[in-house]
Design a protein around this ligand. Structure first.
Ligand code: ADP
Length: 265
């Protein structure tokens, strides 16, 4: 066989191979883009608190160390910055696990009202700083047993409540309610009368690192991952998350959960 024929066959073979693998290559390309964007975002998120911490340390090294009061103040602020970094890294770790589907759900039976109460207790201080009242619209006087991963559901409620406080108005209200939806489902609603979300942002709200007001939200010090984590956890349970919001009026985030009664029958 001549070299030309060999080359032709080879080219044909490569083309066929490429054709077969096209879908795979496209997927790889998308994945690569996704990875690059993710890494870029991480670098961006970590940069601000790192520079802040470095700023305090440099000021201390520059002479602020000799004054006890000043020293304490700067160390405290540096520590706050480190705390924020830890918080971001923890969220990154969680979102990575959720995105690669590497997170096992540990489903059990528990009272959702008790979990909501425990989140209220945890966030009471944070809310009172903005004089926001956390209220519970009790339709039930009895426990509401659901079947889900308790720790993850607690994380969902925490993230939603933290947001309602962060984006809530001074002296505002956040209300949580649990209602029967259909036979085997309940719906948990977190409603605030805060700044609300402009319509055009709603479709992208659950994307990681997505923020409505970049500068404003940055001041609030989130990781931009809160809602992405919420969506992943809810969907990993096979449940759904909804959002309704109006600018200057407020927002309502709600998600469904499986009721226990049904499980037993
Ligand atoms: P972040 O760390 O920025 O709070 P999230 O993923 O939790 O990240 O939220 C994404 C964005 O959605 C926020 O930056 C904010 O603009 C908007 N948002 C979330 N919850 C609320 C809310 N209850 N009211 C108004 N805006 C909200």
């Amino acid at each position: 066989k001549s070299i030309t024929t060999d080359m032709k066959t080879l080219t044909e073979e490569i083309e066929k191979f490429a054709e077969d693998k096209k879908v795979e290559i496209d997927t790889l390309k998308i994945r690569e883009e996704y990875r690059k964007e993710f890494l870029g975002n991480i670098a961006h998120e970590l940069k601000t608190p790192l520079f802040t911490v470095q700023g305090y340390i440099l000021t201390l090294l520059d002479g602020a160390m000799s004054d006890k009061k000043v020293r304490e103040k700067y160390l405290e602020r540096a520590n706050k910055g480190v705390e924020r970094l830890i918080y971001i890294v923890k969220d990154l770790d969680l979102i990575t696990k959720l995105e690669v589907g590497d997170l096992n759900l540990d489903k059990e039976e528990f009272d959702i009202l008790e979990v909501i109460q425990s989140v209220f207790d945890l966030l009471e201080m944070k809310a009172s700083k903005k004089r926001i009242s956390l209220t519970f619209d009790m339709e039930y006087s009895e426990p509401v047993m659901v079947y889900a991963d308790q720790e993850k559901v607690q994380q969902v409620i925490t993230n939603l409540l933290v947001n309602s406080i962060k984006y809530g108005n001074e002296k505002g209200t956040t209300e949580v309610s649990v209602e029967n939806l259909i036979a085997n489902k309940v719906i948990v609603r977190v409603t605030d009368n805060g700044e609300g979300i402009p319509k055009q942002h709603i479709p992208r709200l659950f994307e990681r690192f997505y923020r409505v007001d970049k500068s404003g939200s940055r001041k609030e010090g989130g990781s931009g991952l809160g809602l992405a984590i919420v969506k992943h956890i809810v969907e990993a349970h096979g449940e759904r998350i909804y959002v309704e919001s109006e600018e200057e009026v407020g927002s309502e985030f709600s998600f469904t959960l499986e009721k226990m009664e049904n499980k037993k029958s």
